[in-house]
Design a protein around this ligand. Structure first.
Ligand code: SAH
Length: 357
């Protein structure tokens, strides 16, 4: 593509309500350094215009690594007997949230493996306690549950829910997720939206069998459904999974996916994911923040558990005390002319599609 064609494609994609899949494919196919720069700069402008220069912080507490699923890529998979399983007590969770709150962060993300034994009432009580003690937004990321559980937790005060579709290629999805189903995942996302959660999904970039067309379909899905949050990160092979010998996701492909997603979805909250930061020895999250991302997720999982939440290896900063990240993120933001926004960072979407086709 020459530079003026590229400019036309970028503007067309930005201006049309329903993106043309061919435009997305052609942008994801770019490899020339100048063209990449043009794409990333365009996405950075869209980010600035629609979500501003503030970088939102979400403090994450990985409260349990028990999991009943066997996702082929994930180190927490049920059959991995090499990791030390842990579950934080209510007091430990509240203490971590206290630390998040004292750092002036106003969103906590409670994440865990898909622990079928998490009692819905236990979680509801925890949510009520959090909400009575702290003026903080709560995001849950605990996998697939029944309509009743999602409803109970929403009523107990949960504000947001993250459930990544991982890939919209149904065949690939089903091959990576034994005993799970693509339809069920979509169903859960539909319920999450219906119940009025601010909803987040996302995909893993670099899975074997994934193509540019597959990724373009993921982005079409994100655009059609107007999720409030989208997490896009690289596949990182884990030594104790069947995918241990696969190559990790390529940085440029991740950045292109982020950039195009920003251009088509405009005001979505998108993290520079920890997985992007863990990809190379340098911290590539700075690049992500400069091609569409506007969120970072400092880790407040207490020691000694941090290292045991090993969804992928080489996770950044796992030896640090919990809460060490916030200062570092201030510096990162400043180094690229941005600032940390300590507000709750609620959705900027004015209307969201509530029915998933
Ligand atoms: N159990 C919850 C979330 C926990 S894992 C759920 O099912 O929603 C959070 C995310 O980690 C997953 O959605 C997946 O996208 C990501 N992940 C897991 N293993 C990974 C790997 N090896 N490389 C990159 N991302 C991975």
């Amino acid at each position: 593509m020459n530079m003026s064609d590229l400019n036309t494609t970028l503007n067309r994609l930005y201006d049309t309500a329903v993106p043309d899949r061919n435009d997305i494919v052609s942008l994801l196919s770019i490899s020339d350094a100048d063209e990449l720069k043009q794409l990333f700069t365009f996405a950075d402008h869209v980010r600035k215009q629609h979500v501003g220069d503030g970088v939102l912080l979400r403090g994450i507490v990985e409260f349990s690594n028990f999991c009943g699923n066997n996702c082929a890529y994930c180190g927490l998979k049920k059959d991995n007997t090499t990791i030390n399983r842990y579950r934080l007590s209510v007091d430990e969770i509240l203490q971590s949230i206290g630390q998040i709150y004292s750092s002036s962060i106003r969103t906590v993300v409670l994440q865990s493996g898909e622990e079928h034994s998490i009692d819905a009432e236990w979680m509801a009580k925890l949510l009520k306690k959090i909400k009575s003690r702290f003026d903080i937004a709560v995001t849950l990321s605990v996998g697939e549950r029944s309509y009743e559980d999602y409803e109970l937790w929403r009523k107990a005060g949960a504000d947001r829910y993250l459930l990544k579709i991982e890939t919209t290629d149904k065949q690939l999805y089903n091959s990576l997720h034994p005993d799970m189903s693509f339809e069920k995942r979509i169903d859960c996302l539909r319920t999450i939206k219906q119940l009025g959660y601010q909803s987040g999904t996302g995909c893993i970039v670099g899975l074997k069998g994934q193509t540019i067309e597959t990724l373009a379909n993921d982005i079409m899905f994100f655009a059609a459904e107007q999720f409030d949050m989208l997490g896009i990160g690289p596949f990182i092979p884990h030594q104790d999974t069947p995918l241990k010998d696969d190559d990790p996701g390529e940085l440029d492909m991740i950045l292109k996916t982020l950039a195009v997603t920003r251009i088509v979805t405009k005001d979505t909250h998108m993290p520079a994911t920890t997985a992007i930061g863990s990809l190379n020895s340098g911290d590539e999250r700075l690049k992500a923040l400069q091609c569409g991302a506007n969120v970072m997720m400092p880790n407040y999982t207490p020691q000694p558990y941090k290292k045991d939440y090993e969804i992928y290896p080489g996770k950044r900063c796992i030896d640090e005390p919990s809460g060490a990240c916030a200062n570092c993120m201030e510096q990162m933001a400043q180094s690229i002319g941005r600032y940390i926004d300590y507000s709750r960072g609620d959705s900027l979407k004015t209307s969201s599609a509530t029915t998933i086709q």
